[in-house]
Design a binder for this molecule. Sequence first.
Ligand SMILES: Cc1cc2nc3c(=O)[nH]c(=O)nc-3n(C[C@H](O)[C@H](O)[C@H](O)COP(=O)(O)OP(=O)(O)OC[C@H]3O[C@@H](n4cnc5c(N)ncnc54)[C@H](O)[C@@H]3O)c2cc1C
Length: 370
Amino acid sequence: MAARAGIPLQDMEFWQFHPTGVHGAGVLLTEGCRGEGAILRNSNGERFMERYAPAYKDLAPRDYVSRCMDQEIKEGRGCGPNKDYINLDMTHLGVETIMKRLPSVFEIGHNFANVDITKEPIPVVPTIHYQMGGIPTNINGQVVTQNDKNESVVVKGLYAVGECSCVSVHGANRLGTNSLLDLLVFGRAAGDHIVKFATENAAHKALPANAADASLARVARLDNSTDGEYAQNVADDIRNTMQAHASVFRTQAAMDEGVEKVAALRKRVANITLKDKSKIFNTARIEALEVDNLIEVAQATMVSAAARHESRGAHTVNDYGDTAAHPNGRNDIDWQKHTLWDSASNSLSYKPVQMKPLTVESIPLAVRSF
Ligand SMILES: Cc1cc2nc3c(=O)[nH]c(=O)nc-3n(C[C@H](O)[C@H](O)[C@H](O)COP(=O)(O)OP(=O)(O)OC[C@H]3O[C@@H](n4cnc5c(N)ncnc54)[C@H](O)[C@@H]3O)c2cc1C
């Protein structure tokens, strides 16, 4: 909604993958599994994380474990007939621990993988989990855009809170449990600000007469459509394209190709038809409208990612590997800046990273290592 209303989206190339989504279903298995001692194994039964992160092993950060799993699969050590997943082994934890500490995981194994996790490993793959980017805000949850001098200015009366927002506390990566920060800390800050703002600005401005036109036109286009594509076919192609071109590991060539593919998909989205035009409980209409949202997020992600010629946080690109000048492929000289993607023009601009905290000392940049 914000992108369509002309707010450029920030840092959309940065997405967190969670290591343990159930293969074929996508349902997540809590980090608690590995916290309790679950082990990731490849097709040789090897605990491969010992090779990648000897100290942390299976408890290394999410993005790192996800990339190691992807590497194992790509190098032919994936499990199953298609060698396309990793086994999460909890059998050694014992029935009592599993039923006491991980009962929901037992249920998920039964319902979504047809597996008894007390007796056999469960197939998992890295699964998309959280967007670090979003609608740019300040610490009060007020949405900001850039003026002619590339300074952030508040869009008066518009707030964004939670995962859709980008206060930018996560930067290019994210640890576990940080949604509490988004929701409780910045949620409260935004709530406090809204109360103050509403108290001081009790009278709302009159809405422009055409305020609902754009939204109604979206619905009307679907209602008046007579032929075109099914929403789910286009949505599936968007998902598959993003999986192939903006995944855990990226390459410049794949991202460049992804930009073209997503642009073509955008044209197909404009041609989606709605066969069932009924007005009550019409989930087909909601699904069709949601594809409009999917394509905004997909294009923001793809275009922003292809333009960032480095590896940073969750944006790991094989072409930009570890060098003396750029450890881990991170290039702070050219790329320590926020991306902004504008939907209407499908174009990018950049804004500086605020390196000076308001109340505490700044933490110097360091090379990430294990
Ligand atoms: C499976 C899973 C497990 C996770 N586990 C963890 C974890 O262990 N720790 C952690 O920190 N984070 C976790 N996360 C991430 C965390 O859950 C989310 O970041 C967080 O819940 C986002 O909260 P939110 O309020 O911003 O958005 P949501 O919880 O998605 O709420 C958005 C709400 O807006 C409603 N909505 C959408 N569109 C409209 C509209 N047009 N009009 C009105 N309402 C609308 C939706 O129905 C929804 O209720 C997990 C995420 C997933 C998917």
